[in-house]
Structures are given as structure tokens and as C-alpha cells.
Design a protein around this ligand. Structure first.
Ligand code: NAP
Ligand code: MG
Length: 398
């Protein structure tokens, strides 16, 4: 068989630990035999980040801006223990944070739905995608403990020195106070990323905040979304047969529980943090959750939502057998290959991505899966495979 040709490279960001092992297996067994794989390779493994003073992460993000599509392996976000373990020069920042800041993107997380792994919510038939605004609010707050009676105000000092004040509270006794902010520019980018992704995946978009209580802060989010939608996207949404609607967060939560899925739910930073954990665990497993960072200019970076699966890696290093689920990492690759194919009008590449996803799902639905899924499946007598045999089983189907 002749291998599928690529015209433009995908930016490939390698990573750490068990997912780095899976990465290699996926390339060798599922990609390279079929595709003349063209990638621009960046090693974001912790050793290389340390060696390059994290320049490699910045370079990979800039390359993503240049080419438009990247695929990323899970990476270690260093903490004190990792600084010691790897003898790091510094506690390098989270690569995902660095890449997100450079691309100014929004993260979309979608569960992979297969028969035999049933959501806890029985009416959910299709995936629910969460879009989380990744800037500001409580994540960039200023807080104070108030020791006793006194007045707390918000003060805005304009560049010409004029001040505007708003009373927060006249305290009679001790309490707490918090100030937070967001930027119209960041909210606009968030809105455009959401509208673009909805068009791209042909799914209806929901956005919800608490604007009835937060009449300026949350209401600004609502207004910015509405304005951009009407000016730039309404016609395209109509043509695609999809909708955008805004509703109160309470109403959104109630509707989500009663829905059958198949839409994108855009959330403010805190709501997205909390709701994405709810959605992923209710759909079955973190190992079945994909993630894509989309910039307002339409640059895409695909990855798995889970981490480097450290505990499995240590078993692997000891020579013990592992049964680590590679599905989300495979889907990161298929997402990137499909997008590359669409941008380059390379139909063979798009079809290959679809077939690899189907082979992966069919493998699980035929009863062959890794241990994490075997523990929760409703299929009877599943066959539990190790990390490598699961990938080889998919290759057979493919
Ligand atoms: P994790 O790698 O997501 O794994 C947590 C646990 O979830 C695992 O121990 C395993 O449970 C289960 N699990 C996750 N993915 C699995 C898979 N593919 N197959 C089977 N089981 C899976 O999170 P972590 O252990 O908290 O973090 C490890 C490292 O990943 C950290 O250094 C962190 O900084 C990094 N991280 C990176 C990213 C990213 O790059 N996007 C995201 C999150 C975390 P059992 O052990 O019970 O089998
Ligand atoms: Mg969280």
C-alpha cells in the first residue's frame, strides 16, 4: 500500500513518562505504517525543557502559530518533588500555561463516547464539550482578611488621576473581601474561539453566567458574546444550521442534566474548572477525554486531557506490565491529522483520521480494552490488554 502523503507538517510536541512511551508506540504501530508522517518535532520532555531553559516550549508554540496545527503529549508540570527528581535549574512553568498564553487560546474538552462505557446520566447520548475561559476572575484575585470594623471600597484611578469609588461593605466586625478582574480583550478572544469551534464542529453553543446577580461583571461577558455573535457569526451559524444561545447558569445546569448532549457549553473560568471535572467523570473516565486549544485566529493544538500517568510509568520502569489507556492520545493525533487534512484539502488524511478513530472505538466495543475501562464497562467478559497489545489490536482492526 502506498503511504498517505502530507504537504504541511504538524507541530509535534513530545512529552513525559508513560504518555511518552505510548506516544512512540502510537506512531510506530498506528501512524507511520500508513502515513508519510511530516512533523516538526519539539521535545517538551522535562529534561529538554530544563536544558533549553524552557525555550523549546516557547519555540513549539511559535511553530504552532506558523503552521496552524499541533499535537501534544502530556507533560510534567514541575513541583518541588520534580525539581529534586530531575535536578531542575528552576521550577519551570506549566507548558500548557505557556502555550496557552502565546496562542491566547480557549480549551475545549470532549469525552469520547463508546458503547459499553455508559455515562452516569442515562439520557446523555452524545458528548458534551466544555469550553473554559482560561483567564482572570478568581484565578487572578486579590484577597484580604478584614480584622474588624471598617470600610472596604473598590477604587479605580484613571490615568489622569481621577478616581471612581464603589462601596463593597461597611464592616461592623471581622470578615473577608476579594477583588477580581477580567479584560474585554480576553473575553472577546474567548467568544471568537467558541464561535469558531462551534462552526468547525457544527454544534450549537451555549453560554451561561450569573448576570442576574452580577449586573456589570457577568453582564459584560453576556454582552460581548451577543455583540460579536450578531456582528460576525450569526449568518454563518444560520447557514450551518446551528444556534448560539445565552441562558442563566442555573438554567444551563438544569438543561445539561436533561439533555442528550451534542453541544458546546462555554463557561467562565471557575465554572469551567468545576464543570469539566463533573462532565468527564460522569461520562466515565479521564482517560477518554480529549482536549483542544483553539486560538481566536483558528490555530489548533490537540492533546489528551489526562496527565503523564506517573504511577504506571514507575511500574513500566521496574519492568512490570502496564495497561495504560492510549485512546485520548490517539484521538489527539486523529484530531490534528484531520484538521491538517481539512486545511490542506488532503482528503486521504481526513479519511485516515476517521478510520483510526473508528478502529479504536470498534476495538473497545468488541470487548478489547485496557484495565481502567474493563473496571467500568457494562460489556460482559471484557478482554484486558496491556498498553502495547491494546494498540496492536487497534492496528489489526485498522
Ligand atoms: P494523571 O497522569 O492524569 O493520572 C492520574 C491517575 O488517573 C493515574 O494514576 C491513573 O489511575 C488514572 N489515569 C489517567 N490517565 C490514564 C490513562 N491514560 N490510562 C489509565 N489510567 C489513567 O494525573 P497525575 O498522576 O496527577 O499527574 C501526573 C503528571 O501529569 C504530573 O506531573 C502532572 O503535572 C502532569 N499533568 C499533565 C497534564 C498535561 O500535560 N496536560 C495534565 C494533567 C497532569 P491509576 O493509577 O489508579 O491507574
Ligand atoms: Mg479542576
Amino acid at each position: 500500500m502506498e503511504k498517505i502523503k502530507m504537504t504541511t507538517p504538524i507541530v509535534e510536541m513530545d512529552g513525559d513518562e508513560m504518555t511518552r512511551i505510548l506516544w512512540k508506540m502510537i506512531k510506530e504501530n498506528l501512524l507511520e505504517p500508513f502515513i508519510d508522517l511530516k512533523t516538526e518535532y519539539y521535545d517538551l520532555g522535562l529534561e529538554k525543557r530544563n536544558e533549553t531553559n524552557d525555550q523549546v516550549t516557547v519555540d513549539s508554540a511559535l511553530a504552532t502559530k506558523k503552521y496552524g496545527v499541533a499535537v501534544k503529549c502530556a507533560t510534567i508540570t514541575p513541583n518541588a518533588a520534580r525539581v529534586e527528581e530531575y535536578g531542575l535549574k528552576e521550577m519551570w512553568k506549566s507548558p500548557n500555561g505557556t502555550i496557552r498564553a502565546i496562542l491566547d487560546g480557549t480549551v475545549f474538552r470532549t469525552p469520547i463516547v463508546v458503547k459499553g462505557i455508559e455515562p452516569c446520566v442515562k439520557n446523555w447520548k452524545k458528548p458534551i464539550t466544555i469550553a473554559r475561559h482560561a483567564y482572570g476572575d478568581v484565578y487572578k484575585n486579590a484577597e484580604m482578611k478584614i480584622p474588624g470594623a471598617g470600610k472596604v471600597e473598590l477604587v479605580y484611578t484613571a490615568q489622569d488621576g481621577t478616581q471612581t469609588r464603589e462601596l463593597v461593605h461597611q464592616f461592623d466586625g471581622p470578615g473577608v473581601v476579594q477583588g477580581m478582574h477580567n479584560l474585554c480583550g480576553s473575553i472577546e478572544s474567548f467568544a471568537r474561539s467558541c464561535f469558531n469551534y462551534a462552526l468547525d464542529t457544527r454544534q450549537t453553543l451555549w453560554f451561561a453566567t450569573k448576570d442576574t446577580i452580577s449586573k456589570k461583571y457577568d453582564h459584560t461577558f453576556k454582552d460581548i458574546f451577543q455583540e460579536i455573535f450578531e456582528k460576525e457569526y450569526k449568518e454563518q451559524f444560520d447557514a450551518a444550521g446551528i444556534e448560539y444561545f445565552y441562558t442563566l447558569i442555573d438554567d444551563a445546569v438544569a438543561r445539561v442534566m436533561k439533555s442528550e448532549g451534542g453541544y458546546i457549553w462555554a463557561c467562565k473560568n471557575y465554572d469551567g474548572d468545576v464543570m469539566s471535572d463533573m462532565i468527564s467523570s460522569a461520562f466515565g473516565s479521564l482517560a477518554m477525554m480529549t482536549s483542544v486549544l483553539v486560538s481566536p485566529e483558528g490555530v489548533y493544538e490537540y492533546e489528551a486531557a489526562h496527565g503523564t500517568v506517573q504511577r504506571h510509568y514507575y511500574k513500566h520502569l521496574k519492568g512490570e506490565e502496564t495497561s495504560t489507556n492510549s485512546v485520548a492520545t490517539i484521538f489527539a493525533w486523529t484530531g490534528a491529522l484531520r484538521k491538517r487534512g481539512e486545511l490542506d484539502q488532503n482528503q486521504a488524511l481526513v479519511e485516515f483520521a476517521n478510520k483510526l478513530e473508528k478502529a479504536t472505538i470498534d476495538t473497545i466495543e468488541s470487548g478489547c480494552m485496557t484495565k481502567d475501562l474493563a473496571l467500568i464497562t457494562t460489556l460482559e467478559h471484557p478482554t484486558v490488554l496491556n498498553s502495547e497489545d491494546f494498540i496492536k489490536e487497534i492496528a489489526k482492526k485498522l
